[in-house]
Design a protein around this ligand. Structure first.
Ligand code: F0G
Length: 463
């Protein structure tokens, strides 16, 4: 293209109003939510970046597909359309629909793992870890060395540590039912995994007779990064790159709420006939018959269209550019973020931004509250509130104190991002006045969803 500006590759046909609030209204909403952004009413949020999961806008083609949904209990036409689209993208033999990603995880893990097993991954997402631990297995995170250095710019910080993977496969022979790789690595900053790393991990797994499973939530974003950054990949299509990654593995779990471009849906895909049969039986227990798996026929139609649309180059170019656009603005202004910008989110490094707030006063949580209070922006803390509580009840600071700003797909425009940057820079200017928070009430598990907080010293921002 002759021109430099990357524009949204869509026109908007349906709109949803954003309700503007005043600082006073947001202060009241925050107090009513006990300083927990999960407890806000969504209509009190101006820009909602809590998650990129299930929050995207569907296309006219997806809505049209939904109108032709076949709601038959068994053997619905919509299932076959879904199956054929997913098989086309992934190449796997057995395609099992589920209502979302964690259902695919639970079905695979309860079918293939037992107590005492060990499952390595670059980084397990929290539901993946929890579902493994629920069957008595150990979830082992084997991030590459670059992954835990937020300011380091490297092309593939999502890579799995191959030396550690080989050691794990050797030392725990017979106890590893499969290995996993999460593309992109959500918990590690939305960072991509290279094709070379996937190939090398696959070869190690093959040599040890261990299957490899991809957590493929953001497979298209990962493919785009490979196209941009990996030697020899620039002229290939995202679909061809994604397919090569899928071909390296024996199956995948998928939350289609991300790169399936749907509001609900997921699947488990496998090549192994016996394991797939076991998973299908398991599916019937909780999700439903294998041709709908907890979804309506119209959901399967939307997914069949979305999983193809997501591989469109113009869409991916815009998607990755819009996240990088915010990242570049923040970096230029000196706001510390995980570098380089990830595929679906920007992660602000609250430890670097707020060195005066110690981890036990939850700096990233405090920062996320300030972003809401000042600008109505909802983000999510990925730090010591989420990860600090240990299984034995003690507290240990998380490795990083991050605020994630996750971008819903095809929802916000460039002016929304400009507003966002303005809010973040404004809060960055106030950083010395920001104080930490303390827990006043918290459940034992997954406390970030429901815990209540109070500002230390009575005020979040001091004069
Ligand atoms: N794996 C990864 C890498 C994820 O990011 C998620 C969800 C899941 C599995 C589970 O999928 O939600 O459909 O059951 N991540 C969302 C997030 C919730 O906000 O990052 P699910």
């Amino acid at each position: 293209m002759q021109f430099q500006t990357i524009i949204e590759p869509f026109r908007i046909k349906t709109v949803e109003p954003i309700r503007f609030t005043t600082l006073e209204q947001r202060a009241a909403a925050l107090a009513a939510a006990h300083l927990n952004l999960f407890l806000l009413k969504a209509e009190d949020v101006i820009i909602d970046l809590l998650t990129d999961s299930g929050t995207g806008a569907m296309s006219a083609a997806q809505w049209a597909g939904m109108m032709s949904g076949d709601e038959s209990y068994a053997g619905a036409r919509s299932f076959f359309r879904f199956e054929s689209a997913v098989r086309d993208v992934t190449g796997y033999r057995h395609i099992i629909p589920t209502h979302q990603g964690r259902a695919a995880e639970r079905i695979l893990f309860t079918s293939a793992c037992k107590a005492g097993d060990i499952v390595p991954n670059n980084t397990h997402f929290d539901t993946t870890r929890a579902n493994l631990e629920a069957v008595g297995a150990t979830a082992l995170d084997l991030r590459c060395a670059e992954a835990t250095q937020p300011s380091l710019v490297a092309p593939f910080k999502g890579n799995i540590d191959l030396v550690a993977l080989e050691r794990c496969l050797t030392e725990h022979k017979g106890r590893v039912p499969f290995a996993m790789i999460t593309i992109t690595n959500n918990s590690g900053g939305g960072q991509p995994v290279s094709l070379a790393n996937i190939h090398a991990a696959s070869a190690l797994c093959k040599a040890h007779g261990v299957p490899l499973i991809l957590d493929a939530c953001r497979f298209a974003e990962n493919a785009w990064f490979i196209k941009q950054r990996e030697a020899g990949q620039g002229s290939r299509t995202p679909a061809a790159i994604a397919r090569e990654a899928f071909d390296c593995a024996d199956g995948c779990t998928m939350s289609a709420k991300k790169d399936g471009l749907v509001n609900i849906g997921g699947f488990l895909a496998l090549n192994n006939d016996a394991l797939a049969a076991k998973c299908r039986n398991n599916l019937i227990l909780t999700e439903g018959f294998p041709t709908y798996g907890g979804l309506a026929g119209y959901d399967l139609e939307a997914l069949a269209v979305g999983i193809k649309e997501v591989l469109d180059e113009d869409y991916l170019r815009y998607r990755i550019a819009s996240v990088a656009y915010l990242g570049d603005k923040l970096t230029a202004a000196g706001v510390p973020i995980v570098q380089p910008p990830g595929g679906h989110a920007i992660y602000i490094d609250a430890k670097a931004m707020l060195p005066h707030i110690p981890p036990h006063e939850f700096p990233a949580w405090a920062l996320s509250l300030a972003l809401y209070l000042e600008g109505g922006v909802r983000s999510v803390e990925i730090g010591s509130v989420m990860f600090g509580r240990q299984p034995d009840g003690t507290e240990k600071p998380a490795a990083m104190e991050l605020v994630r700003l996750a971008f819903p797909r095809r929802v916000y425009t460039q002016s929304h991002v400009d507003y966002l940057a303005e809010v973040i820079l404004h809060v960055h200017g106030l950083r010395h006045r920001l104080r930490g928070v303390q827990l006043t009430e918290a459940p034992e598990q997954l406390r970030h969803f429901t815990a209540k907080f109070a500002p230390i010293g009575g005020r979040l921002l001091v004069d």
